[in-house]
Structure formats: structure tokens, C-alpha cells
Design a protein around this ligand. Structure first.
Ligand SMILES: NC(=O)c1ccc[n+]([C@@H]2O[C@H](COP(=O)([O-])OP(=O)(O)OC[C@H]3O[C@@H](n4cnc5c(N)ncnc54)[C@H](O)[C@@H]3O)[C@@H](O)[C@H]2O)c1
Length: 427
């Protein structure tokens, strides 16, 4: 899909316009509508939201009405064939997929099959065969396939990785991460699709990726358990909270273990709102980060913790009055989307058409967001899903081993001699 350099425009599609669209994609598209993209590598490129595909179209209509002149005209597609119709009717350069996590694959596959660059929310997909299919399609079609893991762009996590890369902190031994979402998420925001789902896949994946990308070990073992009874029934398939343990091994022969605790049933008036904490213990140091100790706590009568949060995360995605008078909305949640748009613009406009393949290959090498580098993260998610399914089916405490003698992802059940091979090839 080589483009004329003179056109210098990227036309975008959006699949799903829920909470994350409002928080990050909306400011991303509004900002690019006003300012475009500039980069010495490709000059000036305009980026336009040309189409949206959602289930009912209500959110697209609301967005169009409230954004007014902050966005250009875009076509709204609805219903079961929304994505297919959008891809058939509109000429698009990239499509962002922000549907619930078990609906990423269907949309992502269609986007890539149409020869369009893809940006998909985390977790990219829920199984390794799905990931293989996306990687194969992206390579065959010569387009980008990227995943949003915006926590990798959090300045605190960038500093952690810098210390690790520079060996200021040496060999991580073990760690603990926790992310607690309020009840309003499971009971309101996500109630339409939450049945049979768990908060681990949805949010632990941020930390799985952080650990995988920052420390670079080889995933060896996955175990998990969880609690039920608030969002669904005590014996059902919908989980309130999940505890996941990952064991990695490193080239040195040494191991590290990480526990990731997640929940979406924390009280709505809990001051942390989305409470986040990490601790990593190294041979020579300890890294502690806590969202409520990041620096700001603010209380405003009748506003906190409702429409204003007590613990403000001003790094993720916040509205500011800049010192020079401009109103902006910025943060790493938006920065990661813009970085993807720059990668797509670089592929299409960053040099002569004959060198597009080399530019594409260079962008595919970026492990922080490329689907090809998402294998261990998807493996951990797939293992978690399988362990929780077994647990809900009356077989708790299964263990998944990665790349053992029987296969890439192998589930062992207590008291059963024969394991189940979840994925045969190497992870
Ligand atoms: N990066 C982050 O920190 C972050 C935060 C929140 C959510 N997310 C991710 O974003 C995705 C969406 O989450 P959300 O919070 O916006 O959820 P949401 O429930 O608020 O919105 C989902 C949207 O997808 C639409 N949708 C559902 N099925 C669809 C389909 N088959 N085709 C087209 N549209 C469909 C719904 O109409 C809705 O507009 C999830 O994968 C989630 O993991 C990421």
C-alpha cells in the first residue's frame, strides 16, 4: 500500500468508542486535527479521523456532537458488520481497535487483511494462535501491527528501565505489582461485557508487559488464583480479583518471581481510585512506586473522589492550562498513540517509496509495541485465562509451564498425570 509522498495524509478509523476512547484517543485525534504531525524524518503530515465502527453508533454520535469543530467529518458504521463495512467503504491508512479484550482479534484480523496499519489496545489478543495469525497477516500485507502498552511510556517506568539498562539496578530477584479498579468499572462501565471475564487479563497485562519489556527474561511458569462472588456468583466464571504469579529465568541461570494482584471491586470512594503499586527487589537495590505517593493529593468539596480524583495522575492524561495560556490535554496515555502515528507516517512518508520496506522493518523492530514482541505477554495472558477457566470448572491450582519438553504452553492439573498442551510451538 505505497502512498504518494505528495498526499502526506493519514486517514484513520476507530473501532470501539468507550472509556479509553474518551480518555486517550479522543484527545489524540482532536490534537492531530488541530496541529497535524511534524517530524524531521517525514515533514508535515495531516491525520484525520475518517471513520468509526461501534456496536450502536450512540457514542460516535455523542462524540461528533460534543467535539464540534475539534474534529473533521467522519463516517459512522454500526452493527455486526461495522468493521467490514468501514474497511470496504473508506480508504484508511491506520485503524485503532479499542473494543473489549475478547473482541480485539476479530477486528484486528480484518484491519490487517485489508492492508491497513493496526493499533490495538492491550492485551493484543488472548491466545498465541491468534497472535500468530496477526503477525503473519502483518508481514504478508506489509503493514504495522502494534499494541498500546502506555505504561511503558510512564516517566517512572522509563526511569526504572533506564536504571536496569545501565545496570544501576542489577538482576531483579522478585517483585510485586498491584492495580485495583473501583466497583464502578465492573458494575457500570464494563457491565455489558464483563460476564466470564477477569480483571487480570484486563489490567495485570500492563505489568506483565512492564516486567517482560524491562527485565527481558524468559517466561518459565505461570500460576494464578482469584476470588468471585461480587460481580458474579461465587461459583461462576466472572472474577472479582485475581492474583497471578510469573516466574522468569535469565541467561545467567538465575530466576525471578513476580506477583501481580488485580481487582475491579475496590470501593468507589477509595482515595486511590485506580490504585497502583509496584515493588521490584534487585541484587543491589529496591524500586518502590505507589500511585498515591506520586506526589499529589487534592480534596475538593462535592467533586472528589467523583468527577475529580483525590490522587491525581498528572502523567497519564490530564488537562492543563499551560504557562503560555494554551489549554492542552497531554500525558503518556496520549503520547503512545502519537508515537504510533509517527511510526506509520515514517513508513509511508519518511523517504523514497523504494525504501518503504526498510522503514517498515525498522518500525517492526520496536519491541515496546510490535505484536511480534508480544509473545511472552500473550502467553502469560493465555495461561491465566486457561487456569481461571479450569478453576471455574472445578479444577483450581493448575500450573502452566512455558517451553517445556511437551510444548510451548503446557497446563498441568493437580492429581492428573496427563498435561494439556495449550500451544504446541515454542513461545
Ligand atoms: N490502555 C489502558 O490503560 C486501557 C484502559 C482502559 C481500557 N483499555 C482497553 O481498551 C479496550 C476497551 O476498553 P474500554 O474501557 O474503552 O471499554 P468500554 O466498554 O468502555 O468500550 C468498549 C467499546 O467497544 C465497542 N464495541 C464492543 N464490541 C464491539 C464490536 N464487536 N465492534 C465494534 N465496537 C465494539 C462498544 O460499543 C464500546 O464503544 C479494552 O481492550 C481495554 O483493555 C485500555
Amino acid at each position: 500500500m505505497q502512498r504518494e509522498a505528495s498526499m502526506r495524509q493519514l486517514r484513520a478509523g476507530m473501532v470501539g468508542m468507550g472509556m479509553i476512547f474518551e480518555e486517550t484517543y479522543r484527545p489524540f485525534f482532536e490534537h492531530l486535527h488541530a496541529a497535524g504531525l511534524h517530524d524531521p524524518r517525514f515533514g508535515e503530515v495531516s491525520v484525520t479521523l475518517a471513520a468509526a465502527a461501534t456496536r450502536t453508533g450512540t457514542r460516535a454520535d455523542q462524540f461528533r456532537a460534543s467535539a464540534q469543530d475539534r474534529i473533521g467529518p467522519f463516517e459512522s458504521f454500526t452493527g455486526d458488520a461495522a468493521v467490514a463495512n468501514m474497511l470496504a467503504r473508506q480508504r484508511l491508512d491506520f485503524v485503532c481497535v479499542a473494543t473489549p479484550d475478547d473482541r480485539h482479534f476479530a477486528a484486528a484480523q480484518q484491519v490487517l487483511a485489508a492492508g491497513v496499519h493496526l493499533l490495538v489496545e492491550k492485551p493484543s489478543v488472548l491466545s498465541l494462535p491468534e497472535l500468530d495469525a496477526l503477525c503473519e497477516l502483518a508481514s504478508r500485507q506489509g503493514v504495522l501491527a502494534k499494541v498500546v502498552y502506555h505504561k511503558l511510556l510512564d516517566p517512572d517506568h522509563k526511569k526504572l528501565r533506564t536504571f536496569v539498562a545501565d545496570n544501576v539496578l542489577s538482576h531483579v530477584n522478585h517483585g510485586y505489582c498491584s492495580l485495583l479498579e473501583p466497583k464502578s468499572i465492573s458494575g457500570g462501565q464494563f457491565s455489558e461485557w464483563i460476564e466470564g471475564r477477569n480483571p487480570g487479563t484486563y489490567v495485570a497485562v500492563h505489568y506483565i508487559k512492564l516486567i517482560d519489556f524491562t527485565f527481558g527474561g524468559r517466561l518459565k511458569t505461570v500460576t494464578a488464583t482469584g476470588q468471585r462472588g461480587l460481580v458474579g456468583t461465587p461459583g461462576g466464571t466472572t472474577w472479582d480479583s485475581v492474583q497471578l504469579r510469573l516466574i522468569y529465568e535469565f541467561a545467567s541461570g538465575r530466576d525471578a518471581a513476580f506477583d501481580i494482584h488485580t481487582s475491579w471491586v475496590t470501593p468507589d470512594n477509595f482515595p486511590g481510585y485506580v490504585e497502583q503499586e509496584v515493588q521490584f527487589r534487585f541484587d543491589n537495590g529496591v524500586w518502590n512506586a505507589h500511585s498515591r505517593k506520586r506526589g499529589v493529593e487534592c480534596t475538593v468539596e462535592e467533586h472528589t473522589p467523583g468527577d475529580l480524583k483525590i490522587t491525581l495522575n498528572n502523567h497519564y492524561n490530564a488537562r492543563f492550562l499551560e504557562p503560555w495560556g494554551e489549554r492542552t490535554r497531554r500525558g503518556y496515555g496520549i503520547e503512545t498513540l502519537e508515537q504510533f502515528a509517527r511510526e506509520a507516517a515514517f513508513v509511508e512518508f519518511g523517504g523514497p517509496p523504494g525504501e518503504r520496506e526498510a522503514r517498515l522493518a525498522a518500525m517492526n523492530q520496536l519491541a515496546y509495541n510490535d505484536v511480534r514482541s508480544d509473545r511472552q505477554t500473550v502467553a502469560a495472558v493465555a495461561a491465566l485465562e486457561a487456569i481461571l477457566n479450569r478453576h471455574a470448572g472445578g479444577e483450581p491450582d493448575c500450573v502452566v509451564r512455558v517451553n517445556d519438553s511437551r510444548g510451548g504452553l503446557v497446563l498441568y492439573r493437580p492429581g492428573k498425570a496427563e498435561p494439556e498442551v495449550l500451544y504446541g510451538p515454542q513461545v
